[in-house]
Design a protein around this ligand. Sequence first.
Ligand code: GAL
Length: 348
Amino acid sequence: MNYLLKCGLALVLFTGLAACSAQEEKPKTSAEDVRLTAEDQVYVGFVLDTLKDERWYKDKELFEEAAESKGAHVKTLAANGNDDVQLKQAELLIEEGVDVLVVVPHDAAFSAAIVDMAHKAGVKVISYDRLITNSEVDYYISFDNVKVGELQASEVVKQASNGNFAYIGGAESDNNAVLFRQGAMNVLKPLIDKGSVKLIHDQYTDGWDPITAEQNMKTALAKNGNNVDAVIAANDGTAGGVINSLSSVGLAGRIPVSGQDAELEGVRRVVKGTQTMTVYKPITLLAEQAADMAVKVGSGEDVAADQSVHNGKIDVPSLLLEPVAVTKENVRDTVIKDGYLTEKDVYQ
Ligand code: GAL
C-alpha cells in the first residue's frame, strides 16, 4: 500500500477518533460543563406551573428582578399546567447546574418527584406560593391561604348572611385551593350548622379554568332554578366565569361574589359592583422575600423561618405573608396605594 494512501488512512482514523472522543466526552456532561453562570454567581431555577393567570407574570418579573438585584442569575420556565413538562423542566435546570430550585407546583403531590430528584443532585427546593406535599421540601413561602378563604367568605356573608350558597373552588391539585376552601368553610360552617346557610353547590375547578367555572356555575343555577343567594369563588378568574353565568340569568350585581388576586378586571368588577371583593396578596413582598431566601439557600446558607407548615410528611420551615381583603371602599388604600394597579386603569 503506497505511502500516501497510508498517510491518508492514518489521517481519517485520527480525525474519526478525535470526533468520537469529543462525542465520548459529551455523555459525561455534568452541571459544571454546562453551567451558564460564573462559579460564584448563584444560579436560581424558577419553575412555574403556568403563566395563564395575570398574577404569574408579575411573580416572574418581580422575582427575577429581585434575585438579579442580589447578584443571582435566574432562569424561569413555565409548564403550562403539565406535570410531566414541569418535572422535565426541573430536570433540565438541575442538569444546567442550578444551585436552588424555586417551584410553583402544578400538582402538589406529583411535584414531590421534583424534590427527590433535586435532593439527589444536592439541590435544595423552595415551594413558592403553593406547597409541595408529601415531600422533604426545604422551605415554603406564601400567604396565609386559610385566611384568604376566611376573608372571602366573611365579605360575602356581610352582604348575604343566609340563603343558598355556592362554592366554586380552585384546582384540587393545588394545595392552596384546599386551604382557601378550608378557610371559607371555617366561616360558613357555623351558619350552615344553625341552618341559615345552605351549601347547594360545592365544586373544585379543574386547572383554575374560568370557562369551566362558568359551566359549573351554570349547572348550579340550573340545578336550583336560579335560586342562588351568594357565591364564594376562589379567585378572580373563576369569579369572572361565575359572573358571566349570573349575568345570563340576570343575577350579576344582585348577589355577592368573592374573588382573589386583585386582577385588573377583578378590581374593576368590584368597583362596578358585580363582584363583592377580591383578595390582594402583595406579590412584590412575596417575590422579594423569596428571592432573598433563594440566594441565601443557593449560597449554602440556612434561612431562619419563624413558622412551619406540615405537608403530610414533614414540618416545612415556612414564611406566610398577610393577605388583604379589597372591597369598593378600600381599593385606593390598598392596590392603588401600593402601586399594584393604577387609578387610571381601575377607574377609567
Ligand atoms: C393559586 C394562587 C392564586 C391563584 C391560583 C390560580 O395557587 O395562590 O393566587 O392565582 O393559584 O393560578
